[in-house]
Design a protein around this ligand. Structure first.
Ligand SMILES: Nc1ncnc2c1ncn2[C@@H]1O[C@H](COP(=O)(O)OP(=O)(O)OP(=O)(O)O)[C@@H](O)[C@H]1O
Length: 241
């Protein structure tokens, strides 16, 4: 079988004196949406940051597209085609929506067909195109952060809790946008606490606890298996919308 797009093998991460990741092993297959679930403090954000080289893995290996990126710098990981949307939404609030997107494209003007596609995913951004991004609602800021990450084609998109704190109607818009990204063939690793959003979107699911992957499989199997859901939902995932 061919190697998945991203493979973590026995990855350990220390932050200062704290041992946070205790041997994370998982595969992220190309063209699929993989959900990363787990209770607060399980190590989900640390996993994304370790992939991006923002924390350095103390041991283990991270392979992306057949290349060892374990010791790569963050700019080199990003140049290799991995985009990261942190929970804090990296946007410039003083700049307009348009300027935010223009600045996100490193290699020149955003291709107009791509821009139309992005604005189709997030119609609110079109409405506020020439307004400062600081005027957007929390959900719209999150959408702008994702639009910035996909302003240029990427091989893999890492997104940390895009539905956090959003009203149900915004959660539904976000689910629609990720569904469209999935249909466009993007490979996505999505951290999520909202089980409703996770089960609506995920092809695959990884569950973390205490710095380790404690479950991995198809999302449809988790949705169909009440006992497994019960055990994993016991890790305090939010089962409600
Ligand atoms: N800068 C840091 N210094 C020390 N410990 C940290 C730091 N960042 C994270 N941690 C610890 O690492 C552990 C994992 O945190 P992480 O943010 O990866 O969890 P998470 O699964 O993303 O949680 P949440 O859902 O709350 O965002 C937690 O115990 C956290 O306190």
């Amino acid at each position: 079988m061919s190697e998945p797009l991203l493979r973590l093998q026995d990855v350990h991460t220390h932050i200062g004196p704290y041992h946070i990741l205790h041997g994370v092993t998982c595969d992220i297959p190309a063209g699929q949406l993989t959900m990363l679930l787990g209770r607060n403090g399980a190590g989900k954000t640390t996993t994304l940051r370790t992939i991006m080289g923002l924390w350095r893995a103390s041991s283990g290996s991270i392979r992306f597209d057949g290349r060892d990126i374990t010791r790569c710098s963050t700019p080199s990981v990003a140049q290799g085609g991995i985009a990261y949307v942190p929970e804090s939404m990296a946007i410039f609030t003083d700049l307009t929506v348009r300027e935010n997107i223009v600045l996100a494209a490193r290699s020149g003007p955003v291709d107009s067909a791509r821009l139309d596609w992005m604005l189709g995913l997030f119609p609110a951004l079109k409405r506020f195109w020439n307004l400062p991004a600081g005027n957007l609602s929390g959900g719209q800021k999150q959408m702008l952060a994702i639009a910035r990450a996909i302003a240029e084609p990427r091989r893999l998109l890492l997104v940390d809790e895009p539905t956090k704190g959003l009203a149900p109607v915004m959660v539904r818009s976000m689910i629609e946008a990720f569904r469209a990204l999935k249909e466009a063939g993007e490979t996505i690793l999505l951290v999520e606490q909202n089980f409703y959003a996770a089960s609506a979107l995920g092809d695959n699911v990884l569950v973390m606890d205490d710095g380790r992957i404690v479950h991995s499989g198809a999302m449809s199997d988790l949705v169909a298996d009440q006992a497994l859901q019960q055990r994993l939902l016991g890790l305090s995932l939010d089962a409600h919308q």
